[in-house]
Design a protein around this ligand. Structure first.
Ligand SMILES: Cc1cc2nc3c(=O)[nH]c(=O)nc-3n(C[C@H](O)[C@H](O)[C@H](O)COP(=O)(O)OP(=O)(O)OC[C@H]3O[C@@H](n4cnc5c(N)ncnc54)[C@H](O)[C@@H]3O)c2cc1C
Length: 553
């Protein structure tokens, strides 16, 4: 009897099957699952993993083709990082919205602006994937519109950075307040309509289930037959129950960025050690599960040179006193994930109000530079001179005083700050340094060094010149207690490198061959350095259509 024929009833449930998932969760690369031993609990035409941008698009597109579809999501809610996003969608090329605003555009122009212009994250692009994205931009926009996204007009908009004409449509906000995760972000205006449409069309959504492995006929040969998932609690902790879901036509994974997986992201940049957190990891785990499970069944990585920190949007500097600190990630205490997030963070209006020091108490750069300055990150990640910590630059702290708090109008108490490792206060700088007890602060901050740094900085305020790092006219002394130290370590934003796919979103192996039955989309797939949602929707939709047609498109 082969795996295709087995059902749960053919087996007495033993620890063997349940153990597969548990073993898989423990290691970085899951052990190959024995297809012959797999007992299928459920069966669908198409199994989609990850209910974010790529996954919801894939699920709807597959359903539109008449496939039965299950969408498996580890979180307690759909949305992925897409629901936290600013929702400026990188689509253009002559969309209906552009035409209504009298804007002329073309796929060729999209291709040039976003995929060819010479800058670090375009330089190493797979141009076939990039061109396909540019070409399918219009139909993807129509697909989102048909599935309920209500767009704001582009009239009066100026072109954004890198764009020769206005593009990047933004939705209106979702009207049901309780379903909006971050009110200031429009991501719910994209993801809630898609969720509604998916449910209405009959996509089955399985929440709090985490992919642990793909089941392939043989470890590195044959078709991908389905997935193993484990039930997880609200902390993503695996529970006892695993479930094996068979896919008659295809498995699609759109599990998002691997930015939160230290070992995996260090494949691309070894400097990105554990102190760097990832944007949005208090909402969903950003663990690279999809690519890692795909590597275990023979997938190749692709376009790895694109995933460098020189490519903008990789690391960014943002809010203070909270762990995952993108400037726009201001979770209100009412957010359903606040129990994981713990603090809203302090938004900095004027970087003259703080200095930034490394774990050794020393300044390292001009604090006023923009949030995505590569030279800033190179300095942040530079070696601080101790052989015990050669990779990564260690934690970075914003240091300020009572006057700084007043000028910024900050509330330096929870829920705005996270005192559990990310915010400290004291009446002297020496005590402040001694109080810092964060798990990434690998040695105590030397109090004398911090005091000398502040004294030297205060002398720059007197002279009006920052002799060390050229901060333009340092304005305010740090002198009135209490003094504060707030977490300001840059965070990793997203992934441009992932598994290799072709223009049909089929996953490929190192020999350039398709792995039958396996598809990937979104940030889990590699190939070109296009930021954000556009490429996730484009390739999610392609994967859904192609999987439902069983690769026959
Ligand atoms: C604050 C912020 C602002 C942003 N603003 C913009 C913007 O304005 N414009 C733009 O274009 N982009 C923006 N982005 C980026 C954009 O949100 C992402 O690029 C996009 O959401 C990626 O889509 P995806 O489908 O690859 O992953 P996601 O949308 O993150 O979805 C992945 C899903 O997979 C699930 N998953 C992961 N592992 C498993 C597993 N093992 N089992 C089951 N499920 C799993 C996750 O829980 C998640 O729900 C922003 C991102 C952030 C965080």
């Amino acid at each position: 009897m082969n795996a295709k024929n087995k059902t749960r009833r053919d087996f007495i449930k033993t620890g063997t099957t349940a153990g597969v998932g548990a073993t898989a969760v423990a290691g970085l690369i899951p052990k190959p699952v024995d297809a012959q031993e797999t007992v299928w609990d459920q069966e669908f035409d198409v199994v989609v993993v990850g209910a974010g941008a790529g996954g919801l698009a894939a699920a709807i597109a597959a359903r539109d083709e008449g496939a039965s579809v299950v969408l498996v999501e580890q979180n307690f809610d759909i949305g992925g990082r897409a629901i936290l996003s600013g929702a400026r969608v990188y689509l253009g090329g002559g969309t209906r919205l552009q035409k209504e605003a009298g804007i002329e555009d073309s796929p060729e122009q999209v291709f040039y602006d976003w995929c060819l212009q010479d800058r670090p994250r375009n330089r190493y692009n797979d141009r076939e994937l990039a061109w396909n994205y540019a070409e399918k931009s219009i139909e993807t926009f129509d697909f989102l519109t048909d599935n309920g996204v209500d767009w704001q007009s582009l009239e009066g908009r100026s072109p954004d950075r890198l764009d020769s004409v206005p593009r990047r449509p933004m939705p209106r906000q979702w009207p049901i307040e309780s379903e909006v995760i971050i009110p200031a972000q429009l991501g719910s205006g994209l993801m809630r309509p898609l969720e509604k449409s998916a449910r209405e069309k009959g996509v089955e959504i399985l929440l709090q289930h985490k992919l642990t492995s793909f089941v392939r006929e043989q470890p590195a040969a044959g078709r991908v037959l389905g997935i193993t998932a484990v039930e997880v609690d609200k902390w993503f902790k695996p529970q006892d129950r695993t479930t094996n879901i068979r896919a008659r036509k295809g498995v699609i994974f759109a599990t998002g960025t691997h930015a939160g997986n230290v070992e995996f992201r260090r494949i691309f940049d070894p400097r990105l050690t554990e102190e760097y957190q990832a944007h949005g990891d208090g909402w969903v785990e950003l663990n690279g599960d999809g690519p890692i499970a795909a590597l275990a069944v023979g997938a190749s990585l692709w376009g790895t040179a694109i995933q460098t920190n020189e490519a903008d949007a990789q690391l960014s500097k943002g809010r203070l006193a909270t762990r995952s600190n993108y400037h726009a990630l201001a979770f209100p205490p009412s957010a359903p994930n606040f129990f994981r997030e713990k603090a809203t963070g302090l938004s900095v209006r004027n970087w003259q109000d703080v200095i930034l020091v490394k774990e050794n108490g020393l300044r390292f750069y001009n604090e006023t530079v923009g949030p995505r300055d590569y030279e800033y990150f190179a300095a942040a990640m530079a070696w601080t001179g101790d052989r015990k910590k050669l990779n990564g630059g260690g934690p970075i702290w914003a240091i300020f005083d009572a006057d700084g708090v007043e000028r910024e109008g900050w509330n330096v108490k929870p829920p705005d700050v996270d005192p559990d490792g990310y915010f400290y206060t004291a009446d002297t700088l020496k005590e402040l340094a001694a109080n810092i007890d964060n798990k990434y602060q690998w040695r105590p901050m030397p109090g004398a060094a911090l005091r000398e740094t502040v004294e030297r900085y205060n002398s720059f305020v007197d002279s009006g010149v920052d002799d060390d790092f050229g901060k333009p006219t340092p304005r305010y002394k740090i002198q009135r207690p209490p003094f504060y130290a707030a977490w300001a370590t840059p965070c990793v934003h997203e992934s441009y490198a992932g598994v290799r796919i072709n223009t049909k979103a089929q996953v490929m192996n190192v020999h350039g061959e398709v792995i039958p039955g396996l598809y990937a989309a979104g940030e889990a797939a590699g190939g070109y350095g296009q930021h954000g949602l556009g490429r996730c929707f484009v390739y999610g939709r392609i994967a859904g259509i192609d999987a439902a047609r069983d690769g026959a498109e």
